[in-house]
Design a protein around this ligand. Structure first.
Ligand code: OSB
Ligand code: MG
Length: 374
C-alpha cells in the first residue's frame, strides 16, 4: 500500500458574511488551519482544524494547533508515512489533549486512505441518507436588538432552514426566544449558552420552557456534569451537551448520570470521525438522539460533517448550514441548501477539494513537513 510522503499545513484567513457573537466572544473572520496529507502517489487527503484563533470555546487555538502538530503529533503518528487511520488514531491516543489538532491530522490521513481506496467517507462511516436536514446557529446580534435578530432569523427561515438555534447568555435569553417563537410559532427552535449560566440560574432556564424548545445546549461549565443533571430535573426543556462531551467515556457518563438526554457530536471536539462514530453508536444503543455540531467550517470541514450527519442516529437537524450562511466565497465549490437539506458528497474520501486559486488567495502561511525528515 502507498504511504504518505509529506504533510502540508495551510493557514488561511476567510471573512464571515456577518460577525458571529456568542457568550464567549465575537468572530468576524476565521483563521483556518488546513491539513493536507500527500501520498507517494500524489493523492491528497484534506482536513480542517476547527480550533479558533483564541481559546474561547476550548483550550485549543490555532497557533497551539500548528505547534503541537509540527512538534509532536506528526512525529508520533506518521513518522513512517502510515496511511492507516486506525494506526494514526492509536498513536495519537498516546498523547494527551489537543483533540482538534489530532482530529485534523487523523482526518487528513483518513481522507487520503479512502481516496486511495475509492470509497466515500459517508459510505465508510455507515451513512444511511443521501441528504441531511440542516439547522442554523444564530449569534447574538452585535447591536443586541430584537429587530436585528428577527431580520436575521427571517432570512434563514426564508432560505428553508429546518431548525433555528439561538445563542443565549444571561440578559439575552427569554426575550429573544419569546420574540422568535411569536414570529414563527411552529419552527423547531433550540438554544445554546456555551457554558454561560450557573447552577443558580435554573429559574431563568425554566422560564424558557413554555416556548417549546427542542433542547438547551451546554448551559453550564463543561466540567459540571452534576450541575447539568440537577438542572435537567428543574426544567422541562431537554439538556444537550456540547463542550462537556470529549470522548465515548464522557458521553457514557453523561448519559448514565442523566446530565444529557441529547448529544451534540462535533468531530474536532472529540478527536475525529472515528471517535465520533463510536459516540454515535453508543448513543444509538442508549436511545439518545444526536446531531452534528459545527465550528463555522469551510467546505472542507463541512463535507466531512455532512457525511457524519448521514448516520442513522443523527435524528435532529445539525449546525450543518450552507456555505453562504458563513462565507461569500467558500474554499470549495459551495454547499447549497435544497429544501432545507444538504446533499451528502459521494466522491471518494470527503468528496471535495479546495479550489486552488481561492486557497492561494486566502493563504497567510504554509509549511511542508517532509516525513523523511521527522
Ligand atoms: O457552540 O456550537 C457551538 C461555533 C463556534 C464555536 C462553538 C459553536 C459554534 C456554533 C456555530 O454554534 C455552528 C455552525 O454553524 O458551524
Ligand atoms: Mg454549542
Amino acid at each position: 500500500m502507498s504511504r504518505l510522503a509529506e504533510i502540508r499545513l495551510h493557514r488561511i484567513e476567510i471573512p464571515l458574511v456577518r460577525p458571529f457573537r456568542t457568550s464567549f466572544g465575537t468572530q468576524e473572520t476565521r483563521d483556518v488551519l488546513l491539513v493536507q496529507a500527500v501520498t507517494q502517489d500524489g493523492v491528497s487527503g484534506w482536513a480542517e482544524c476547527v480550533a479558533m484563533e483564541w481559546p474561547g470555546y476550548s483550550s485549543e487555538y490555532v497557533d497551539g494547533a500548528v505547534d503541537v502538530l509540527a512538534e509532536h503529533l506528526i512525529p508520533v503518528a506518521v513518522p513512517d508515512g502510515t496511511l492507516d487511520p486506525h494506526v494514526v488514531n492509536r498513536r495519537l491516543n498516546r498523547l494527551m489533549g489537543h483533540p482538534m489538532a489530532k482530529a485534523s491530522l487523523e482526518t487528513a490521513v483518513l481522507d487520503a486512505w479512502l481516496r486511495t481506496d475509492g470509497q466515500s467517507l459517508a459510505s465508510y462511516l455507515g451513512a444511511v441518507r443521501a441528504e441531511v436536514d440542516c439547522g442554523v446557529s444564530v449569534g447574538i446580534p452585535v447591536d443586541e436588538s430584537i429587530d436585528s435578530l428577527l431580520e436575521e432569523v427571517g432570512g434563514y427561515v426564508e432560505a428553508g432552514y429546518r431548525r433555528v438555534k439561538l445563542k443565549i447568555q444571561p440578559g439575552w435569553d427569554v426575550q429573544a426566544v419569546r420574540a422568535i417563537r411569536e414570529a414563527w410559532p411552529a419552527i423547531p427552535l433550540q438554544t445554546d449558552a456555551n457554558q454561560a449560566y450557573t447552577r443558580a440560574d435554573g429559574h431563568v432556564l425554566a422560564a424558557m420552557d413554555p416556548f417549546d424548545l427542542l433542547l438547551v445546549e451546554q448551559p453550564l461549565p463543561e466540567d459540571d456534569l452534576l450541575g447539568h443533571a440537577l438542572l435537567a430535573e428543574q426544567i422541562a426543556t431537554p439538556v444537550c451537551l456540547d463542550e462537556s462531551i470529549i470522548s465515548v467515556a464522557t458521553a457514557d457518563t453523561a448519559i448514565a448520570f442523566k446530565a444529557a438526554s441529547i448529544i451534540n457530536i462535533k468531530p474536532g471536539r472529540v478527536g475525529g470521525y472515528l471517535e465520533s462514530r463510536e459516540i454515535h453508536d453508543l448513543c444509538l444503543e442508549r436511545g439518545v438522539p444526536v446531531w452534528c455540531g459545527g465550528m463555522l467550517e469551510t467546505g472542507i470541514g463541512r463535507a466531512a460533517n455532512v457525511a457524519l450527519a448521514a448516520l442513522p442516529g443523527f435524528t435532529l437537524p445539525g449546525d450543518t448550514s450552507a456555505s453562504s450562511r458563513y462565507y461569500a466565497f467558500d474554499i470549495t465549490p459551495p454547499f447549497v441548501l435544497d429544501d432545507g437539506r444538504l446533499r451528502v458528497p459521494t466522491a471518494p474520501g470527503i468528496g471535495v477539494d479546495p479550489v486552488p486559486a481561492i486557497l492561494d488567495e486566502l493563504t497567510t502561511w504554509s509549511a511542508v513537513i517532509d516525513l523523511a525528515s521527522v
